[in-house]
Design a protein around this ligand. Structure first.
Ligand SMILES: C[S@@+](CC[C@H](N)C(=O)[O-])C[C@H]1O[C@@H](n2cnc3c(N)ncnc32)[C@H](O)[C@@H]1O
Length: 391
């Protein structure tokens, strides 16, 4: 069995970042499924790997389909007693196998995954489809539209950026309880961005269209792949609006190419799950996969800058900020909520920060209430006012 060349990238080039991508999605999904079991009003979850590809590649590496399946099997093994949600996993790809041309990709995926899940209980169901990704996404949204307790996660892993554009994410995320993880070839897009916008060339139409939705008529001024990614996320945030929360995870190959997972949700808790998964994956910088994970990232979000920004944010409101405001600000900056607690706690002890709890005698708060909300937590139930004391 040999891994075929794919459009635009060689087999070897694909290996490292693909592995990182699959590993990241697996970690995220494990946390996501666990958390959704603990949210009382959720009772049905759909996970769609819309472009799931082949099952197993030349080096024995599994694609997203098999790894998602393994994650669900593990989830059930560990949490047997509590897997109360109905879970439907959709594995979809409209392509013919390049490894075994007489079969479709999803047929191969099914032949590997179906035996793995045959002992799972009836509330966990696997469906295999060979449809156009967007048709399937729309049809599942339509089928589940009446379910208030239904959560839908779309994993979209295309070869490029043709099939899915920002306007389509906006459409898919039109109702709450929907989340998207999209994989994008950032280096490639950034290399051609300026030309695609300013001087479109034959073949640039998909990139031009994709970027025009974000840059409009403005020229792109891109100094590096990371710079492009930063601008891309900022513009996407602007175009989608403040109801949407975004996170990005960069994946750098040994050859120095950058790919990224873009995560979009309308739910703050959803954002928190992703930010926590990001920092679990890359404990040094929370950025993603670097060429050499032992080295600090050159692009790490500047942690000192975050400290300054957080204190400025609190100071900017004379009456202070609530713990929920602080949690929201921290997550939007790409940091776990515990980071804000670690910055504010010593200042509170030394009197540079005050915390007021209106329900306590004398307003004396017992804590900052900035815990992670992996479970319905005190953070959501308690409101305290946090102020930075100017000296
Ligand atoms: C980058 S590969 C996916 C790799 C896979 N997720 C993995 O981890 O190995 C992209 C896949 O998208 C599929 N594809 C492309 N356009 C599609 C569409 N419109 N609908 C469904 N699948 C599509 C291709 O057949 C291909 O297998």
């Amino acid at each position: 069995m040999s891994l075929p060349r794919t459009k635009g990238s060689t087999t070897l080039d694909l290996e490292e970042h693909s592995q990182a991508k699959v590993e990241f999605i697996q970690r995220y999904l494990a946390i996501y499924l666990n958390i959704l079991e603990n949210v009382p009003f959720i009772n049905e979850v759909h996970v769609l790997d819309l472009m799931c590809g082949e099952d197993t590649y030349e080096n024995g590496r599994h694609g997203t389909a098999v790894e998602i399946t393994k994650t669900v099997v593990e989830h059930h093994r560990f949490f047997k007693e509590v897997t109360r949600n109905r879970l439907v996993v959709w594995l979809n790809d409209n392509g013919q196998s390049l490894i075994e041309p007489s079969r479709s990709k999803v047929e191969r995926v099914q032949s590997i995954c179906a035996p793995m899940v045959q002992h799972l209980p009836r509330n966990i169901e696997f469906r295999y489809r060979r449809e156009d990704a967007l048709d399937l996404a729309r049809s599942v949204l339509h089928q589940t539209q009446s379910g208030r307790g239904t959560h839908v996660l779309f994993v979209i892993d295309p070869y490029g950026y043709k099939e899915v554009r920002p306007s389509i994410w906006k459409e898919l995320l039109g109702r709450s309880g929907v989340e998207v993880i999209q994989f994008l070839p950032i280096s490639f897009m950034s290399r051609f961005a300026e030309r695609a916008l300013e001087d479109p060339y034959p073949g640039s139409e998909p990139l031009t269209q994709h970027l025009q939705e974000l840059w409009g008529a403005e020229p792109a001024n891109v100094s590096s792949a990371r710079d492009f990614l930063r601008q891309y996320v900022a513009r996407l945030q602007f175009v989608l609006g403040n109801d949407f929360y975004l996170a990005d995870i960069a994946l750098e190959t040994n050859k120095g190419n950058t790919f990224a997972l873009i995560f979009i949700t309308r739910n703050l808790r959803g954002l928190e799950v992703m930010i926590n998964a990001k920092w679990k994956y890359d404990t040094e910088s929370g950025e993603g996969h670097r060429r050499n994970m032992d080295q600090m990232s050159l692009f790490q979000p500047h942690q000192d800058q975050f400290e300054v920004a957080l204190l400025e944010y609190i100071k900017a409101s004379p009456s202070g900020r609530t713990n929920l405001d602080v949690a929201c600000f921290t997550l939007k900056q790409g940091f776990p909520v515990s980071r804000a607690a670690n910055i504010l706690k010593p200042r509170w002890r030394s009197g540079n920060v005050t915390v007021h709890d209106p329900t306590q005698e004398g307003g004396r708060a017992k804590g900052l209430y900035l815990t992670s909300s992996s479970k319905p937590s005190s953070r959501d139930k308690k409101t305290v006012m946090i102020k930075v004391v100017s000296r």
